[in-house]
Design a protein around this ligand. Structure first.
Ligand SMILES: [Ca+2]
Length: 587
């Protein structure tokens, strides 16, 4: 058996593999928002996700794929294959200091020289469609950066970090209303809107309208699920009402064990006891437990509902004979959301002015505002450390499933990176990867090779909102800002310690210096602006909210006041002149 394995490995290393679909394949890119590594069943989760699992069973499941820890920069990198600092989206625009917007790469919207996959595929005759969350056009202010103007032929999109899943209501004070656009123009949402259902319906409609064309399509389905506010139709929530009664510690352990069983995480590896810094489940009172158990049911129901609608899309493609020649990519933009918005005073004030409530009975419905909090987010990222916004594995390591014509079934445990998607699609369609794409094609891996795409000498740097990381070979350096980080570099050997439990910074000082040196070179090459130590994202968002929503009103009022005063002054002068003239005449 061993010799057969050796022969296969030798064979693969002698002949680089690639997949060759007969015709140019259709491509479906499914992006899930804020997903934990072990949320999908194929990765160890308890939530019912049979449709994504069937894609995983038919294709290649990547266990060591990394993205960035935040929505918009991940999307910019995913769609362009470029470093976020070269796309115009270094961080989510909501927290970008406005004075940085004059610096190239920090514009806050997708630059026109950062080509999207839709633009890259255009010369090969692809039609491109998009439904769902875009988040790359500065909240709809930069219309040239909307997907309709960036290579997509038909679009129905939300240009915000999130929104209500049943209506146009905003989910945070930064947006007065959710900015929705159809084919580049502002639009209203239809009646009976539910995000995951509508995105699939609309995508089917786009494909159906162009059914007679024989060109291949690229469909970008970008779900609002699992971003806050978590919402789902009641029948999906009901399935999970008692699933999370045992709390977050047990869930984290269960998920870790399942991940080991499914070869997502190696056996006998430690995980960080980060729960010790968080609230303990047993200390929680009955009322709080009740709320969080149901909030988790909403989370699960939302993922289940999304999977159900993905199933409807697959059924449609099968019925139309399109499935066989379609490549599916299923992935997420970052790890699970651990924020509790009620920690922030501006949010609490704003919340009182909205339609939202947090009534237990109606958690998850259209006027309900649900989130899972820090502790359950840590469980959803299990067995990784931390979650969204952090450069630890919990923020970066998410599922990646690729299936379709020519793609082998199996698991790939090698490092893969968000920029590899654009490289892979470019390689599959053109047999070539544009030089502006920094990612590596995964074609060999999709054809079954176990060879590493990233050599031990390759380094991959990453910076988002002042948090940083660099991967090289088995090692990773990571620096997270407070409150969950120390703002100091830490060093981990991910192959021995994927849970990031032992900081090697002191015991391997030379390795640490080597990787810091590489990070500095990366930062310089990509024009990374080091954020000041007193930068605080929540404060920045409050400032930006004021600038976005109220400053224009203040300028308008000032302008109007000046206009009125000028008018009155002119009137008084005229009156005085007339009076003077009258006095002169009377003399
Ligand atoms: Ca996200």
């Amino acid at each position: 058996m061993k010799s057969l394995k050796f022969l296969l490995v030798t064979f693969f290393s002698l002949f680089p593999l690639s997949i060759h679909p007969d015709n140019k394949p259709n491509i479906v890119l499914i992006l899930i928002d804020d997903l934990g590594l072990t949320d999908i069943q194929a990765y160890g989760g308890e939530i019912s996700t049979p449709n994504m699992d069937s894609l995983a069973n038919e294709g290649m499941l990547f266990t060591n794929y990394h993205t960035t820890p935040e929505c918009a920069p991940s999307r910019a990198m995913l769609l362009t294959g470029m470093d976020n600092h070269n796309t115009g989206i270094p961080m989510i625009p909501e927290v970008l200091p406005w004075e940085y917007r004059n610096t190239p790469g920090y514009e806050g919207y997708l630059r026109d020289d950062a080509l999207t996959i839709a633009e890259i595929l255009k010369p090969a005759g692809y039609r491109s469609y998009m439904t769902g969350k875009w988040h790359l056009a500065f909240g709809g202010h930069e219309t040239a950066a909307l997907p309709f103007n960036r290579g997509f032929d038909k679009t129905f999109i939300l240009d915000a970090t999130g929104g209500n899943n049943f209506s146009h209501h905003s989910y945070l004070p930064y947006y007065l209303e959710s900015p929705w656009f159809k084919n580049g123009r502002e639009t209203e949402l239809p009646e009976d809107f539910y995000s995951s259902e509508f995105f699939v319906d609309q995508m089917i409609e786009f494909i159906e309208e162009d059914k007679e064309m024989d060109s291949p399509f690229f469909a970008y389905l970008s779900f609002q699920a699992q971003h806050i506010p978590l919402q789902a139709p009641q029948e999906f929530i009901d399935k999970y009402l008692s699933t999370y009664e045992e709390g977050w510690d047990i869930l984290r352990e269960q998920r870790k064990n399942k991940a080991v069983e499914k070869e997502i995480f190696p056996p006998d590896k430690k995980i960080v006891d980060s729960m010790s810094t968080l609230d303990t489940w047993s200390a929680l009172d009955r009322e709080n437990k009740k709320m969080i158990i149901k909030s988790m049911a909403v989370f699960a129901g939302m993922l289940d509902a999304m999977d159900f609608h993905i199933g409807r899309f697959i059924t449609y493609l099968k019925k139309e004979g399109l499935y066989e020649n379609t490549i599916f990519i299923v992935t997420a933009d970052n790890g699970p959301e651990g924020n509790d918005p009620s920690d922030h005073a501006p949010w609490r004030k704003w919340f009182k002015t909205t339609i939202y409530d947090r009534d237990y009975e109606t958690l998850g419905d259209q006027d309900s505002y649900v989130y899972i909090g820090t502790e359950f987010a840590q469980a959803m990222a299990s067995p990784s450390h931390l979650f969204k916004f952090h450069m630890s594995e919990g923020g970066l390591r998410v599922p990646l499933i690729i299936s379709g014509p020519g793609i082998q079934k199996g698991k790939n445990h090698n490092f893969a990176f968000v920029t590899d998607i654009a490289a892979t699609l470019s390689d599959i369609v053109f047999d070539d990867v544009d030089e502006r794409i920094i990612g590596k094609s995964l074609q060999n891996s999709l054809a079954g090779s176990k060879e590493k795409n990233y050599l031990d000498s390759d380094s991959v740097g990453l910076e988002v909102t002042g948090n940083s990381a660099l991967f090289k070979g088995d090692f990773k350096i990571v620096k997270n800002r407070p409150p969950n980080g120390s703002n100091q570099w830490e060093l981990f050997n991910l192959s021995k310690d994927p849970g990031e439990t032992i900081n090697l910074a002191k015991s391997m000082p030379n390795k640490l210096l080597e990787l810091i040196g590489e990070y500095e070179a990366y930062a310089e090459m990509n024009g990374v602006i080091e954020l000041p130590l007193d930068y605080e994202w929540a404060a920045e968002m409050t400032i930006n909210t004021f600038k976005r929503n109220y400053l224009p009103l203040i300028w308008k009022s000032v302008f109007f006041t000046v206009l009125v005063i000028s008018f009155v002054v002119v009137l008084i002068r005229r009156w005085r002149n007339a009076k003077n003239l009258e006095q002169e005449l009377n003399k």
